[in-house]
Design a binder for this molecule. Sequence first.
Ligand SMILES: [Zn+2]
Length: 244
Amino acid sequence: MKITFLGTSHGVPAEDRYCQSMLIETQNGGYIIDAGAPVMDCLLRIGYDLKKLKAVFITHMHSDHVYYLFSLLTLASWYYKEMDFDVYVPEQAAIDGITHFLGVVSSSFPNDRVRLRLIEGCDVYQDEELKVTAFPTEHMGASKRPAYGYLLEAEGKKLYISGDLNGQKIDYQEFVNEEGVDTFVVECAHFPAEKLIDKLRDCKAKRVMPVHVFPVEKYDVLREAEKELPFEMEYPNDGDCFEI
Ligand SMILES: [Zn+2]
């Protein structure tokens, strides 16, 4: 399993970073987590075989995680007709809104190659190679709306992507600390970096990758603390690719 960071910025894009989006690749499949970066443009630039894209998973319906879902779905609908994939979103309102908007801007939507699906329960997705499990966070708890982190399991490896978290609780799943995963991608915008470091002290992940870091001075705090943390740290930039 391989992860390519298409966008690593926090709520707004930066000079050298798009907002959040990741491409996960198994041997035969491709999967997008969040669409805050111009996903289609990014896939074309890295020469990705668009036919391989099997599914898109949205962590929550904040704009910096879905800006570019619209262009991806529109282009897949009217132009890149070899594409055929499912899009998992956390709210029915998202399905209704996207369907309405795309129906206005594209005569090719809806169609049966690009399917919007509502996340219901933890077991979101499974194919021959990859299993995806959703775990709720209280990132949008104040407005009583759902938000998720995703566990991706393939080729005997585990990748956990925190999604956006609750600023008070840093409510990523306890199994990341207790049992560990191969790679843990964690946001660092909604709480002090020191608080995240405290929570990570006993973390059994083999490697931790902070993204969505705001303000950027937090990178210095994280880098300083990494010497005393019991795992490898990586700080992905847009375009970086890692084997899980
Ligand atoms: Zn958010």
